[in-house]
Design a protein around this ligand. Structure first.
Ligand code: NAD
Length: 361
């Protein structure tokens, strides 16, 4: 059955990198019989310019109908003076909420060809392959009550609320255990159970869910220790599962271990496995429109889409092998360029991946 993919190019480098991902999808459609239909819609700043809103109803309706969404990136200086409620980033948050995308999967993989790009010593990170599973629609980012109030004495007080229902913890833990089963069968649940009752509950539920997965080893770690261990000995981890805020911070730290923000994909999934796929980086306005952006994170997001939503693991592996192949050839966009390698632009990198796909089985 034909799967509908909604493409949301967004702003800045978004349209450039998404164009390369589309080349890959079109190639698989033409050569591997991938049954897909592509649609496109504006989101973020592009949507504000077109309609006055970062997430127009029409875009949301298409996203609801689609089997999967591929997003470039949103935002940029042009829209920064706008009130927070109608900034481009609201388009992204709106999509996550409206589509119920509660599970954020962020792999941090260091391609051996790029081991020198890491801020850590190559022996600590060579072969690094971690998956961070972050809860995305709950926790302190959404908890009520929240806000800043002025007290009777005229001073101000800020407040946010960390709140998780056990069902929210259970479903994200299941995603993590499920993913671990397809990897090295280890889950580390990260909390602050020594201080926060809410994450004491998190630890209990993670343990309960773990009992359903006897083939997967569960460990627990306090978030401060997890931050330390990520930069001390990152290869000890397989899958990390954690709250929205802890995951936000730890996944950025893990991304930096790989040294290149332009290489990392992500997936945000709902209860049924439908997902939104996007590179972890932003819209990079500093290099937009100059054929400088690295499209590989977006192309690897397509691979995640094929694996997690479209149930095409062989096609996903084909893309991942093609990316590794272009790195073996020494092709590098400026963000991952090192001495002795060949500098290419966004479009040339996309073309090289398509050419490498042709070589595969
Ligand atoms: P950024 O990720 O856009 O850029 C950080 C740095 O990394 C820049 O120097 C940029 O040139 C570089 N970079 C990023 N992606 C690259 C790529 N594919 N190839 C080569 N270099 C790349 O982060 P920022 O500068 O903090 O934010 C810029 C805008 O993006 C802001 O408006 C921000 O709100 C938005 N943003 C959007 C998302 C998203 O859409 N998911 C995420 C983060 C930031």
């Amino acid at each position: 059955m034909t799967k509908n993919i909604l493409i949301l190019p967004g702003d800045g480098i978004g349209p450039e990198i998404v164009a390369e991902a589309i080349k890959v999808l079109e190639h698989l459609r033409a050569t591997a019989g991938l049954a897909i239909a592509l649609d496109e819609a504006p989101v973020g700043g592009a949507a504000i310019d077109a309609t006055g809103e970062p997430l127009p109803e029409a875009t949301l309706a298409l996203a609801r109908q689609a089997d999967a969404v591929l997003l470039g990136a949103v935002g940029g200086p042009k829209w920064e003076p706008l009130p927070i409620a109608i900034r481009p980033e609201k388009g992204l948050l709106g999509l996550r909420n409206q589509l119920g995308l509660f599970a954020n999967l962020r792999p941090a993989i260091l391609y051996p060809q790029l081991a020198d790009a890491s801020s850590l010593k190559p022996e600590l990170v060579a072969g690094l392959d971690i998956l961070i599973v972050r809860e995305l629609t709950g926790g302190i980012y959404f908890g009520q009550p929240r806000g800043v109030t002025t007290l009777e004495d005229g001073t101000r007080q800020g407040r946010n609320t960390l709140i998780y229902h056990e069902s929210e913890i259970r479903r994200i833990c299941r995603v993590a255990f499920h993913a671990a089963r397809k990897r090295n069968k280890r889950v580390c649940s990260v909390d602050k159970a020594n201080v926060l009752e809410c994450t004491e509950l998190w630890r209990q539920i993670a343990t309960e869910v773990g009992a359903d997965y006897p083939d997967v080893t569960l460990s627990h770690m306090y978030v401060d220790n997890a931050a330390m261990q990520l930069v001390r000995e990152p290869k000890q981890f397989d899958v990390l599962v954690t709250t929205n805020m802890f995951g936000d911070i730890l996944s950025d730290a893990a991304a930096m271990l790989t040294g290149s923000i332009g290489m990392l994909p992500s997936a945000s999934l709902d209860e049924t496995g439908k997902g939104m796929y996007e590179p972890i980086h932003g819209s990079a306005p500093d290099i937009a429109g100059q054929n400088l952006a690295n499209p590989l994170a977006t192309i690897l997001s397509v691979a995640m889409m094929l694996r997690h939503t479209l149930d095409q693991p062989a096609a996903a592996e084909r893309i991942e092998r093609a990316v590794s192949d272009v790195l073996d050839q020494g092709l590098r966009t400026p963000d991952i360029l090192s001495p002795g390698m060949y500098r290419v632009g966004t479009a040339e990198m996309g073309d090289a991946v398509v050419a490498a796909l042709n070589k595969g089985p």
